[in-house]
Design a protein around this ligand. Structure first.
Ligand code: GUN
Ligand code: ZN
Length: 677
């Protein structure tokens, strides 16, 4: 039975809740590694003073010291650690590798049984740790051995949750093989193992590759643990890759050698004249005082600093996920070390997994951080959907207005927009070319079109992407005349790059540009034009037809002049949410979408047993989802139906269609408008 549920998503990251016998924890989380006998900071203090929710300790160490073993066996591991919260145990895999111990040192089945018998909340199999540099044949053998051990360990887990570690060295395909095999077994957590030497050698790009490879095949409803990643400078990026659990022995190891962990990297105390941190330790002492302390006292102080900083960064990560800003945080952190930046680039290169997983309908602003910004999934998803769904492709004139991405288009393009409103799409199409790519006027308010803030100087890679995106949309269009209104913005080099491929007229002032537009048509229904584009963008071609209903009234906001609602008779059918620019259907609106048969992607079918609950406004729980499309993204506005296609309500999908099918816990769709009766 799955123990994991998702509350929010960003990239591949999720805010989750994981339930153990000793309480539920919020993820992503960091578990400090504690020694069963000689922890300087007790597990209880780790919870009370530093805010950690769970700790991890080593069952091999417990088992190989008689006094630990006796107490653990007779009173349980919670008594041994004097801690009532959740405890994860590791198996000794790392000690086997690190000390090159003989195979007989730990018996793989016995160590799992031992963890179970001492009452560990989450035990770990005795996987085989591959050094990343041993060569493929040895790594293949290690993977096979780990999988055999996984298979025999599962039967022994009893009530304990069990972690099945993915090995495979730095070979993404071996990671895939391992993940696929482990996914088919009844594990509760999947660590990505063997990364400690990669961390130590700053091979973050390899960690990105192997983590993404494993994530492709691991069940969505099991947390993924990045084993041995305790440096806060990598937390944001690792969480973005979909890692939910982290453990840290680093807080103690780094402290022992006088090193301070920071989200921006590592500092050596001996090099410091100031303490660059606001934790209670650094606020309460000076670099000189800390340096002159007796070694063990200094070690404890540094350890506490390392814990404060690591705990705070994990909170930062969780907040960023809730805010839809984890990409930005990861991009900031990537500036801490060139190898982290390389890892970020590798991650953005192959962003299909992010495009699929990243939720729709975020509200957060997107600040330019560098060449990676334009490749962010919010932006590339917007572009792909425009290419696929923008409904207007034939026109007398296509007008391109450049925009620097500093202020809303409507602020800077008033006069032009007024002219466009007087014409039909057949006469005139307006496209803004911005640093995030090309934005059709009708979709100007859709996130992230107006939430992207770019500087006036753009890098060449961003400009290249802007040219390609513009070209890609223009290639799908048929028109007689192409006009570019160039007004000295930062994206103009992107257009200059492709200008020789088009027969284009360029103007520098709005007045000159307007003179070139086709004569006004008699159609002035710009609100329907926008609505049609929005409906199509959100739910596909069939939905677009609703904009043509004669009885439809479009209501504008008195303060902003933007579309606010659309009504029929006295019923509101759709409302535009100002900060996403997207439509939300009321129950009546949902009936209309159903009537015009929108794409199945946006229909979630529930077990008929819970129909009445949902119809009365309760959330649609993942456990009761009968059918959801694998194409459905988290964040979409969906119809929730019973098994006979009756509409129970409309709402926002909190997780993807694939997640709805695989999760047994948590909310699938938050109902906004139930049927009620
Ligand atoms: N601790 C750090 N790395 C690993 C690993 O790969 N496997 C296990 N079981 N524990 C670890
Ligand atoms: Zn500090």
């Amino acid at each position: 039975m799955a123990k994991f549920e998702i509350k929010a998503k960003d990239g591949l990251a999720r805010i989750g809740r994981f339930t153990t016998k000793h309480g539920a924890v919020k993820t992503p989380l960091l578990m400090p590694v504690v020694h069963p006998g000689k922890s300087i900071i007790s597990p209880q203090a780790l919870t009370d003073e530093f805010g950690f929710q769970m700790v991890i300790t080593n069952s091999y160490i417990i088992n190989s010291h008689e006094r630990f073993r006796n107490k653990a066996v007779s009173e349980g591991i919670h008594a041994l650690l004097d801690f009532a919260g959740p405890i994860m145990t590791d198996s000794g895999t790392f000690q086997m590798y690190f000390h090159n111990l003989p195979e007989e040192e730990i018996e793989p089945i016995e160590i799992v049984e031992f963890q179970r018998d001492i009452g560990s909340d989450i035990g770990t199999i005795l996987d085989v740790f591959s050094d990343p540099d041993v060569g493929r044949t040895k790594v293949e053998e290690d993977v096979q051995k780990s999988l055999e051990r996984a298979k025999v360990s599962i039967d022994k887990k009893g009530e304990m949750l069990l972690a099945g570690t993915v090995q495979g060295g730095a070979f993404p395909d071996l990671r895939e093989t391992a993940a696929r095999a482990l996914a088919a077994m009844d594990f509760d957590v999947h660590p990505i193992g063997g990364v400690v030497p990669l961390m130590e050698r700053y091979r973050y790009a390899d960690i990105v590759k192997i983590t993404l490879a494993a994530k492709k095949h691991l069940p969505l409803d099991r947390p993924v643990h990045l084993f041995g990643c305790g440096h806060p400078m990598f937390f944001a990026q690792a969480a973005l890759l979909g890692c939910d659990f982290f453990d840290s022995a680093s807080y103690a190891k780094f402290a022992e050698s006088g090193r301070m962990l920071l989200p921006s990297g590592t500092m050596h105390l001996s090099e410091l004249t100031e303490l660059p941190c606001s934790c209670p330790i650094c606020s309460g002492t000076s670099a000189d005082d800390l340096k002159s302390m007796e070694k063990s006292e200094q070690g404890t102080m540094l350890m506490k600093h390392n814990l404060y900083v690591s705990s705070a960064e994990m909170r930062n990560v969780r907040q960023a996920i809730s805010d839809g800003k984890l990409f930005q945080l990861a991009a900031y952190r990537a500036r801490g070390h060139p190898t982290l930046y390389e890892a970020l680039q590798v991650m953005m290169e192959d962003n299909m997994q992010f495009e699929v997983e990243d939720p729709i309908g975020k509200t957060s602003s997107i600040f330019y951080t560098g060449v990676e910004t334009t490749k962010r999934p919010e932006i590339s998803n917007f572009h792909s959907r425009v290419i696929k769904r923008y409904p207007y492709r034939h026109s007398n004139t296509v007008l391109i207005v450049t925009d620097s991405g500093l202020r809303p288009f409507s602020d800077t393009s008033d006069v032009i927009i007024k002219e466009v409103r007087k014409r039909t799409p057949k006469e005139l199409i307006l496209l803004f070319v911005t640093p995030m790519g090309v934005v059709p006027w009708e979709l100007e308010h859709v996130h992230p079109a107006q939430q992207c803030i770019f500087p006036m100087k753009l890098d060449l890679e961003t400009l290249g992407i802007v040219s390609e995106r513009t070209r890609e949309l223009l290639e799908t269009m048929k028109y007689q005349k192409l006009i570019w209104f160039m007004r000295g913005t930062n994206v103009e080099p992107a257009l200059a790059k492709i200008s020789s491929d088009y027969s284009v007229e360029t103007f520098q002032s709005a007045t000159d540009t307007i003179k070139q537009l086709p004569i006004e048509g008699n159609e002035s229904s710009w609100t329907r034009r926008k609505l049609h584009a929005l409906l199509t963008y959100q739910w596909g071609e069939n939905a677009g037809k609703l904009a043509d209903l004669d009885s439809l009234q479009v209501i504008l906001s008195k303060s902003t002049g933007k579309i606010r609602h659309c009504k029929r008779n006295d019923d509101i059918l759709f409302t535009i949410v100002p900060n996403t620019g997207l439509l939300t259907p009321t129950y009546q609106g949902g009936l209309e979408l159903l009537r015009v048969r929108i794409d199945d992607t946006y229909q979630v079918i529930m077990d008929s047993d819970v129909s009445e609950f949902i119809a009365s406004g309760k959330s649609a729980l993942a456990k009761f989802v009968k059918l959801a499309s694998p194409q459905l993204k988290a964040g979409e506005e969906v119809l929730v139906l019973d098994e006979s296609q009756n509409l129970l309500g409309t709402g926002r999908a909190l997780i993807s269609g694939l997640e709805m099918i695989s999760f047994n816990r948590g909310v699938a769709v938050a109902i906004r408008h139930p049927r009620k009766s």
